[in-house]
Write a protein that binds this ligand. Structure first.
Ligand code: NAP
Length: 302
């Protein structure tokens, strides 16, 4: 049996359109309604045809839904939840895909009872945005972390789990604050580092922009992919996950200072030991199927 029959997706960018496409591919009888605040995005989504209906207003998108998923930037979730207050059916479940969860849970809980709320974070994405960027297999084999409130309805949590499993994801259930700490180190800090490195390189005076681009086949190129991620989304992530991001940044700064000292004092053993440990982390990620083992991420060099 299907976990939900009528699903509404609010925000039709990379993640929203991927959810819609994945629902179409795995649960074709589900009625899919979409809405986006941007009329241009609504028009493009309509043409792409991944929803049965695209509504001009938020309220009209949810009146018949049994699952509503907010796929908007984290900073917009509170305002959207507030606007939905009078339109969300009393038996519908409200979920989201936001990259940080404590602030999202608090924003939803301001307007809805715990039994209706099951926040989720599919740990999958790309550096692209917009309805054209989505694809149906984005969540296949990836983790989707659910962070229900302490007094959530277990049946609602089971239905949302079953929904994401249908889309191909593996499910983990976690406390929202713990989620934010884990993701601060695995996702938010790496993005901040990438934004910094690419920013530093483009601000240098002795090395020209064209040299940076020309010789980017080194590690720099991989940072540029991450640093091309959506500016609105990432601004919101750092504002919403401020405490965990600052804590990880503090630890990172201390570790970087240790490396600085090792280089200054010629402590090759310290450098070698760390680089050996980090290589093993990469091996574990590949062994657990979370990345491709192909050299240089499978890029061709002919
Ligand atoms: P995206 O491609 O930029 O799509 C977001 C869409 O939401 C845009 O079309 C945006 O419209 C629309 N929107 C903004 N405010 C809205 C509102 N108040 N009501 C309705 N629509 C609104 O971004 P995305 O990458 O799909 O990210 C969406 C969510 O997924 C974010 O919460 C993010 O943290 C989470 N997430 C992202 C990734 C990733 O890798 N990208 C991975 C996991 C989770 P305009 O911008 O045109 O105004």
């Amino acid at each position: 049996m299907l976990p939900f029959a009528r699903v509404s997706i609010i925000g039709l960018g990379l993640i929203g359109s991927s959810v819609a496409r994945a629902v179409r591919a795995t649960m074709p009888t589900v009625a899919l309604v979409g809405h986006d605040a941007d009329p241009d995005v609504r028009g493009r989504a309509d043409q792409l045809g991944f929803c049965d209906d695209i509504t001009d207003t938020l309220g009209a998108a949810v009146t018949d839904a049994d699952l509503v998923i907010l796929c908007v930037p984290v900073g917009a979730i509170g305002a959207v939840a507030a606007e939905l207050k009078h339109d969300l059916p009393a038996d519908a479940i409200l979920s989201d895909v936001g990259s940080c969860k404590a602030s999202v849970l608090a924003a939803m809980a301001e307007h809805f009872p715990a039994r209706q709320i099951v926040p989720a974070h599919p740990v999958a994405g790309t550096e692209y945005s917009g309805p054209e960027a989505g694809f149906a297999t984005l969540f296949k084999g990836r983790w989707c972390i659910l962070t229900p409130p302490g007094d959530a309805d277990p049946a609602a949590v089971m239905r949302v789990s079953a929904f994401w499993e249908r889309l191909g994801a593996n499910i983990e259930i976690m406390d929202a604050r713990h989620h934010d700490l884990v993701l601060a180190v695995t996702s938010h800090l790496p993005h901040l580092i990438a934004y910094t490195i690419v920013g530093t390189a483009s601000d240098m005076e002795e090395v020209t922009q064209s040299e940076v681009i020309k010789y980017s086949a080194g590690g720099f190129r991989d940072f540029t992919r991450i640093a091309a991620s959506d500016p609105t989304m990432w601004r919101d992530v750092f504002l919403a996950n401020k405490d965990a991001a600052l804590e990880m940044l503090q630890r990172f700064t201390e570790d970087l200072t240790m490396l600085q000292r090792a280089i200054r004092w010629g402590d090759g053993d310290a450098l070698f030991d760390l680089f050996t440990r980090t290589r093993a982390v990469r091996r574990s990620i590949i062994e657990q199927g979370q990345d491709d083992a192909a050299p240089d991420f499978g890029r061709t060099h002919e």
